[in-house]
Design a protein around this ligand. Structure first.
Ligand code: 7TS
Length: 408
């Protein structure tokens, strides 16, 4: 790993045109990276280049443009696969985390029967909860949950995984509490019980070096837009043998080898799960995103995120009447902090911070049951990425104090 100095990290900001924008005549401070991240010029230019110079469909034309587009599209698959230490055949392009999880719930439901159990945690994003609820209702399955302890970590000693469990699907990093869950340990428990193990890595792949072989997960899902890439493209990683056994989610062009009027033979992996014209620009843009992240190096991104989070927790703990949710140890959390100012609605805080050019998110963060469990209706969330600085956090916390003053 080449350690990146503070100056180099700040220099990266020049790659992001949007960061020089003014919002209400104030410099933009973008702290909503858990929702989506900004895009570097290298990714933007790659997408413009595709549409300007070799726009064409993939896998079908024999002409030059189609050849060029196909090559770049397949290269993107390979880059993403290498990024998470997977095989090319094991990486499927989807619309994003949500679609990947729906694909899994739909395709794996063929292997489930009444009475089978699915284990999730009490801190899932709605996209790793609602698809499972739907198939559970349809097939008479039971949903069980690993509980959250008071410190915001999972109560693994009392986990409900047993021989009836067929699927364990958990978030790696909670988008509300920020907790980093011990995925290797949970995967081991799942496999000891012959259950499939799925990791929702929407908030972890952008921030930590991820190796699917080391985690030993059966499936892992994430979205490009949370890691400097375009929207509308994401990943379903799955172990080859499992993907080969699974029924496709969508049927149509590109996912077949041979079609007769009565029947069809499916294409090999990964194309078996990529029916129809894919998001070509998004995929090629994602390839450029991976190049960018590799250049910065994921270890540096993790270290930078940890430093900013530690700094922000310290600064926020000095603000009176403010409560932070989730573990306070930066080693145990991702680069996001959810909090509330007592007796002030999160939406009011978000709106007043916006007046000062600061973008944070307020609300239930698509984790309504977790909020309710904690007796909350919402929180404010500040989330950081590689282009954020301690100076931005200083301005954010100073402004928060001003905002508090408005309600006196
Ligand atoms: N899982 C987790 C843990 C997430 O944080 C999100 C998005 C998703 C799944 C869904 O990802 P998508 O790309 O398919 O939308 N989380 C958020 C958020 O925290 N604020 O906006 C989106």
């Amino acid at each position: 790993m080449v350690a990146i100095t503070k100056n180099k990290m700040e220099k990266l900001r020049e790659d992001f045109p949007i960061l020089s924008r003014k919002i209400h005549d104030k410099q933009l401070i973008y702290l909503d990276n858990s929702a989506t991240t900004q895009k570097p010029i290298q990714v933007i230019d790659t997408i413009i280049d595709y549409y300007s110079n070799y726009n064409s469909n993939v896998h079908r034309g024999l002409h030059k443009l189609s050849e060029e587009a196909t090559l770049k599209f397949e290269e993107a698959h390979k880059k993403v696969a290498k990024f998470i230490n997977a095989d090319f055949k094991e990486v499927i392009f989807t619309k994003g985390t949500t679609e990947s999880l729906n694909l899994l719930a739909y395709s794996l439901s063929n292997q489930l029967k009444k009475g089978d159990e699915i284990v999730l945690t009490q801190m899932e994003h709605h996209s790793n909860l609602v698809p499972w609820q739907q198939i559970a209702k349809k097939l008479g399955l039971k949903l069980k949950f690993i509980k959250i302890k008071n410190d915001g970590t999972l109560d693994l000693e009392n986990n409900p995984i047993n021989k009836k469990t067929k699927i364990v699907s958990i978030t790696h990093i909670s988008n509300f509490l920020g907790t980093i869950n011990p995925v290797k340990e949970i995967g081991k428990i799942a496999h000891e019980n012959n259950a499939l193990f799925i990791v929702d890595a929407a908030q972890s792949v952008p921030h930590l070096p991820i190796d699917v072989k080391d985690i030993d997960c059966d499936f892992l899902v994430f979205s490009a837009h949370k890691m400097l890439g375009p929207t509308g493209i994401g990943i379903l990683y799955g172990k080859k043998d499992l993907l080969n056994e699974m029924q496709p989610f969508n049927y149509g062009g590109d996912m077949i080898l041979e079609v007769k009027f009565e029947d069809a033979k499916f294409n090999e992996l990964p194309w078996k799960f990529e029916a129809g014209t894919p998001n070509i620009a998004g995929a090629i843009g994602f390839g450029a995103t991976i190049d960018y992240l590799n250049k910065v190096e994921m270890n540096n991104i993790r270290e930078h995120g940890k430093e900013l989070t530690k700094y922000a927790i310290k600064k926020l703990s000095e603000v009176k009447n403010l409560e932070v949710y989730g573990p306070l140890d930066p080693e145990k959390r991702g680069s996001l902090i959810s909090f509330n100012l007592i007796n002030i609605h999160p939406h009011d805080i978000v709106s007043l911070l916006d007046d000062h050019g600061i973008a944070v998110r307020g609300g239930h963060h698509c984790a309504m049951p977790t909020m309710k469990l904690m007796g909350l209706t919402g929180s404010v969330r500040a989330s950081f990425y590689l282009y954020n600085t301690k100076e931005e956090i200083d301005y954010f916390v100073e402004t928060l104090e001003k905002v508090k003053g408005v309600f006196k």
